[in-house]
Design a protein. Structure first.
Length: 159
């Protein structure tokens, strides 16, 4: 039985308001990308506001958008983020968002069935920024196994 699932938060500072022509293609792709995430293998949950996305949730500032979701494991999230049609939008992020100088994405393990709060996610991002990757808050590059999987490798050997 799965005891832990992977939570993720990423934030992005918009160059302009969502109503501006600069942001039009980003906004036009929101529903498609969210539907793709929800239909992806390993997807569990995502943060939504009343409009069905999270664009009205702004805990990091009026111009900072939040994306938060929960996945079964690291490979599931990685496949969606970097090996699906999501990459078409990801490649264009510099058109819509200001490059960030500090960590803007964080991963952490949550008990299965737990939907993390925005405050919890903000604490994890702050921890990553202050202390670097650890089992408490990490990145794809410096990932840590779920607590119940501490003895197992993250990725099976390709041998």
């Amino acid at each position: 039985m799965v005891q832990y699932q992977l939570a993720q938060l990423n934030i992005a500072q918009a160059k302009e308001s969502l109503e501006s022509p600069v942001m039009a293609d980003f906004v036009a792709n929101l529903d498609r990308v969210n539907a793709l995430a929800e239909s992806s293998p390993g997807f569990v949950w995502r943060l939504k506001d009343e409009g069905g996305d999270a664009t009205e949730i702004r805990p990091f500032g009026d111009d900072v958008l939040v994306n938060m979701s929960v996945w079964v494991d690291i490979p599931s999230l990685h496949a969606f983020a970097f090996k699906s049609a999501h990459t078409e939008v990801l490649r264009r992020r510099r058109e819509w968002f200001v490059p960030m100088t500090e960590a803007y994405a964080v991963l952490w393990w949550v008990p299965a069935g737990h939907a993390p709060s925005v405050d919890e996610a903000a604490e994890r991002l702050a921890h990553l920024r202050q202390h670097g990757p650890s089992p408490h808050a990490f990145t794809f590059r410096d990932a840590f196994p779920a607590p119940s999987e501490a003895a197992a490798p993250l990725v099976p050997d390709a041998a």
